[in-house]
Design a protein around this ligand. Sequence first.
Ligand SMILES: *[C@@H]1O[C@H](CO)[C@@H](O)[C@H](O)[C@H]1NC(C)=O
Ligand SMILES: *[C@@H]1O[C@H](CO)[C@@H](O)[C@H](O)[C@H]1NC(C)=O
Ligand SMILES: *[C@@H]1O[C@H](CO)[C@@H](O)[C@H](O)[C@H]1NC(C)=O
Ligand SMILES: *[C@@H]1O[C@H](CO)[C@@H](O)[C@H](O)[C@H]1NC(C)=O
Ligand SMILES: *[C@@H]1O[C@H](CO)[C@@H](O)[C@H](O)[C@H]1NC(C)=O
Length: 398
Amino acid sequence: MSLNADRSYKMKLRDVENAFKYRRIPYPKRSVELIALLAISCTFFLFMHTNKLNSRLKEMEVKLQPSEFSALGLTGNHISGHDAGKHDDINTLHGTYQYLKSTGQLINVTTLRLNNTRRARRRVVVFNRPTRVGTQHMFPLLRLLCEHNSVNLVLKGPVRRLSRMRTSKEERIETRWVSRLENGTLYLAHGNWINFGAYYRRKPIYISLVRDPVERMIDNYYQQRTLTKQMISRNIYPGYSQHTDAWYKQSFNECVRRASPECQYIEYSVKDEVKDFKRQSLFFCGNDVDCLPFNTRYGVQLAKRNVDKEYSVVGTWEQPNITLTVLEKYVPRYFNHARSLYSLHKQSYRNFNRGYAVDADVRAMVRRNFSREYDFYNFCKQRLYKQYLALQLEKNVH
Ligand SMILES: *[C@@H]1O[C@H](CO)[C@@H](O)[C@H](O)[C@H]1NC(C)=O
Ligand SMILES: *[C@@H]1O[C@H](CO)[C@@H](O)[C@H](O)[C@H]1NC(C)=O
Ligand SMILES: *[C@@H]1O[C@H](CO)[C@@H](O)[C@H](O)[C@H]1NC(C)=O
Ligand SMILES: *[C@@H]1O[C@H](CO)[C@@H](O)[C@H](O)[C@H]1NC(C)=O
Ligand SMILES: *[C@@H]1O[C@H](CO)[C@@H](O)[C@H](O)[C@H]1NC(C)=O
């Protein structure tokens, strides 16, 4: 059918061409009819292909600008490939600086370029942190800061369902609710980035945190198995099927070595054995189904694009000094005095990296399967360093 349609479409096209070529009559009645017909069939074709085109365009957009989405003009894949020895320290502050300097890119490292807070249209911060990135360690500081800067701290949103993705109905509820928050609110959201523009809402200031993907998984693994979790599970849900003692006692090493489904991280997988939120990039990619397959180039590129264009700051609690400096300078209304409050109360923030005993080869095995997640994580760190360097270059840190 579509072949026939295609053929008749071409025939009509030829007719119209001929009408103009050979007859040289400006606009005879028949031709006008033909043009109308042609227009109608074109509309039909366009309509049929719009959906396909949209997703193709989205793909192309990401493909066409790969370097724009690697903060240094290099992707994490290049860095973690066999060149690793050479660029060993590129994911450190100093390495990033050296790299930018040697390639003449420092000229573009300016606070003006790197400040997305200017582009927000609401005076509300949405902090959509991924699970297990250490928000609980930052929390006492957040409370102090909000008190200090007269910021209204909001911990619970309208959608409470803990899930990997939000439906568009939930997105609509969430965006409407956020749009009604008063100026000077910091909202700790659970959930993926939402394109407020798609719901005709003004966009807020987005910030977030990331963490080394494998450390995040290890932490999560042991957090599922704490004694407290076990007690709660057995006492509050006694009738439900319980994990065995062996499950609670199993180490991450054993889990990975035995290839237990819980510790299998398979590229493109969509189904999860346990709720471990292994896709850190998903929080930044959004609620698009294409964001869901694990460790894909597409999802990670989209996540990078969003960090680059939509987030004011994506920090990491692995480096509180740098993160707090950048937050303080790029989102000052909310994070003024962050560093001094942090150093005053430093003792009260619990030790972040607990250093679970995990064998090096097990770590390496898991790391390999998180290759693109590392690409994303390194991208976020490089961008954070750039923001920090821009402050230093403009003598704006004091
Ligand atoms: C600086 O940014 C501009 C505009 O984005 C770009 O055309 C130029 O190549 C960049 N310069 C360097 C040295 O990266
Ligand atoms: C909130 O801030 C915006 C500017 O971002 C301003 O236009 C608006 O009047 C403020 N609303 C209130 C209630 O202060
Ligand atoms: C890593 O991925 C490979 C290929 O999909 C799979 O065979 C292997 O079991 C995975 N390993 C882990 C630890 O997830
Ligand atoms: C962080 O900043 C504090 C105070 O400004 C300083 O004492 C400490 O050494 C810094 N830590 C790191 C890792 O740079
Ligand atoms: C970034 O933009 C915000 C909002 O305009 C402003 O308050 C802040 O000072 C800027 N930060 C830097 C480092 O330019």
